[in-house]
Design a binder for this molecule. Structure first.
Ligand code: ADP
Length: 599
């Protein structure tokens, strides 16, 4: 990305603050003028006092001059305080607002992107986050460089240079000649340092990542006695970081020395030149002060130049990745316009093939009919493609081949938001947000009333347990047990009240007691809806009206439990294995010996 492209991209984000920028620039310009006042006052002081000395004037007149100087300098400083405050404050405000807009806009943008964007390898959530963070911070730094660092400094440098030319053409020329030399050195410095700062940042991130890793796997490290290996890994990271830091410092010291030397050459030339002008009677002695101070105002800002070069280089690198994400309009989730009055929930899959964005083909020629208001179970070994079916039905992905119909209309034609309003999902691990229980249930329908929310909790058989908590519905949802969280998710579904429900291993992460406890909630949510359930628990499968057995991306058997079992294939294999693992015979013996099971 070139600098011009970068500015084109960032311009829309700067535009809303154009008046703020104009204000900051005006203040900057006034600031640049006041920055030169000291130089002129000093010239005036030296000249006036020299004159008084020559004329052997009484002390009184000297006091008068000192008073004037003090008043001028103090007034200037007062003005300066206000201006510097305004300039810094508005500059910061521009930076903060633009950073906020960029950060907010990109989040709003990616929320509209399709699932494939998030699951693609190149945008693993860690990578995506890094690209967004680095983009926002480097772009913000560039804006800061321009509005807070470069502009004020350079305006001051230009005003000082004009002052030098105004004092004497040749003095101005010396100032002007030093500038390109400075530029040259700064560019070389930035070139040398290029990437080092970035490397340092990466090393630091790796180091803190490494420490997190140690903390997370401390039991593995200790049980394998691998403390030394871990310490050595950290040492390697630390050494790389230290080496780069030292090299950066060394390079900076060398170049800073070079710049100081160049500046001193300038100072010496100006002193010689001005001394000549004073001695030949073309100027008064105070001119030396004026010239040196103005020259200092010219060189001071350019000392920062290498840092600004480096910032912009960084921004050029990170901005590309950032704007790639920001402008990925082709990743927008597709949506049709079809919004029927009511969805019945009859899905038909015709010859569906599907491959994930990384190329893994998960489904092969799948044909299926999911009947409305019935419970259909997808059964198969892990990786058979069950969750993939649900992903397609919720329009998280589009099939590579074939067609899906919902109530006879292609799923593609449905308004995606509308469709998802009509589908509820309960997953193996439901996302419980940090926040209160009430907030978590309200996520199902943000417009519901308090009564409706509590009613939903009652239907999910969790209300009594919630009100028994010290803070009731205001308790933290994250503090609940796995089974309780699962019921919160079910309560959320009741509040959403969709005609279609997908249950993807809803009890897989629960223990036997919790599984039994949520059975009532699950049975309740299944009533009068189209339900697709993925489960490894035979009890839940047997209850289904229709079973689809899947193997390696294909539907191999389908029908009622008895029908599919009798076919003697994959389903029977899985069912028998589950029954054997339960050790049904022994369970039976125990029950027979001890009578009824308590419930
Ligand atoms: P199941 O739900 O039956 O366990 P899945 O539908 O999750 O199986 O997976 C089917 C196949 O698709 C597996 O080979 C799995 O590795 C692959 N798969 C699942 N999700 C993704 C994904 N996001 N990207 C790439 N491959 C995936």
């Amino acid at each position: 990305m070139s600098l011009i492209q970068l500015f084109k991209q960032i311009l829309p984000y700067i535009k809303p603050y154009k008046w703020l920028i104009v204000l900051a620039l005006v203040l900057t310009f006034i600031g640049a003028l006041t920055a030169q006042v000291n130089a002129y006052v000093l010239q005036y002081t030296v000249n006036s006092i020299t004159e008084l000395l020559e004329q052997r004037k009484p002390l009184n007149e000297g006091l008068y001059i000192v008073a004037i100087i003090s008043i001028v300098l103090l007034s200037k400083e007062l003005v300066n305080v206000v201006i510097t405050f305004g300039q810094k404050f508005f500059g910061e405000k521009i930076r903060i607002m633009i950073s906020q807009d960029l950060a907010q806009r990109i989040v709003e943008k990616i929320l509209t992107y399709r699932m494939a964007f998030f699951t693609a390898d190149e945008s693993g959530s860690g990578k995506l986050q890094t690209r967004i963070d680095q983009g926002v911070s480097s772009l913000t730094r560039t804006v800061q460089s321009f509005f807070i660092d470069i502009f004020p400094l350079f305006t001051s440098a230009i005003v000082a240079l004009i002052g030098m030319f105004n004092a004497n053409f040749y003095v101005g020329l010396v100032g002007l000649c030093i500038v390109p030399i400075y530029f040259f050195i700064s560019q070389k410095q930035a070139g040398k340092l290029k990437g080092w700062r970035r490397n340092i940042r990466t090393y630091r991130e790796n180091k803190s990542g490494g420490i997190i890793n140690i903390l997370e796997s401390i039991n593995v490290i200790k049980s394998f006695n691998r403390e030394n290996i871990e310490a050595k890994k950290q040492l390697e990271l630390q050494t790389a970081l230290t080496d780069t830091q030292m090299r950066t410092r060394r390079t900076n010291f060398i170049f800073d020395g070079l710049k100081s030397f160049t500046e001193q050459i300038g100072v010496v030339i100006i002193i010689i030149l001005t001394a000549y002008l004073v001695l030949t009677g073309q100027m008064l002695i105070g001119a030396i002060m004026l010239h040196i101070m103005l020259f200092n105002n010219v060189t001071a800002p350019i000392r920062q130049l290498h840092r600004i070069y480096d910032d912009i280089n960084d921004a050029l690198i990170y901005a590309e990745g950032f704007f790639d994400i920001m402008n990925a309009d082709h990743q927008k989730e597709p949506s049709g316009n079809y919004r029927p009055e009511k969805i019945r929930g009859e899905f038909e899959l015709h010859n569906i093939d599907f491959s994930y964005p990384n190329g893994t083909q998960a489904l092969f020629n799948v044909n299926m009919k999911i009947e409305t208001n019935k419970i259909s179970a997808l059964v198969g070994l892990s990786g058979a493609g069950k969750s993939t079916i649900i992903n397609l039905l919720d329009k998280f992905y589009e099939p590579t081949r074939g067609q899906i119909l919902l109530d006879g209309v292609p799923l593609r034609d449905y308004d995606t938001h509308f469709l998802r309003e009509n589908i509820g999902m309960v997953l193996q691990k439901n996302h419980i947000f940090s926040g209160s229980i009430a907030e978590n249930i309200f996520y199902g329908n943000v417009n519901a009333t308090r009564e409706q929310m509590e009613e939903a909790a009652k239907k999910a058989y969790i209300h009594d347990q919630i009100i028994a908590l010290p803070n009731g519905y205001e308790s933290s949802a994250l503090a609940l047990s796995g089974g309780q969280q699962q019921r919160i998710a079910i309560a959320r579904m009741f509040l959403k009240n969709p005609p279609i429900i997908f249950l993807d291993e809803p009890t897989a992460s629960l223990d036997a007691i919790a599984t039994e406890q949520i059975k009532n909630s699950l049975d309740a949510i299944k009533k009068n809806r189209t339900v697709i359930i993925i489960s490894h628990s035979i009890s839940q499968i047997i209850d289904s009206d229709m079973i689809f057995a899947m193997k390696q991306g294909c539907v191999v058997e389908s029908g009622t439990h008895e029908e599919v079992y009798r076919q003697g294939g994959t389903y029977k294999e899985i069912f028998d294995a589950s029954a054997r693992s339960l050790n049904v015979e022994k369970i039976n013996d125990t029950i027979e010996e001890n009578g009824e099971i308590d419930s």
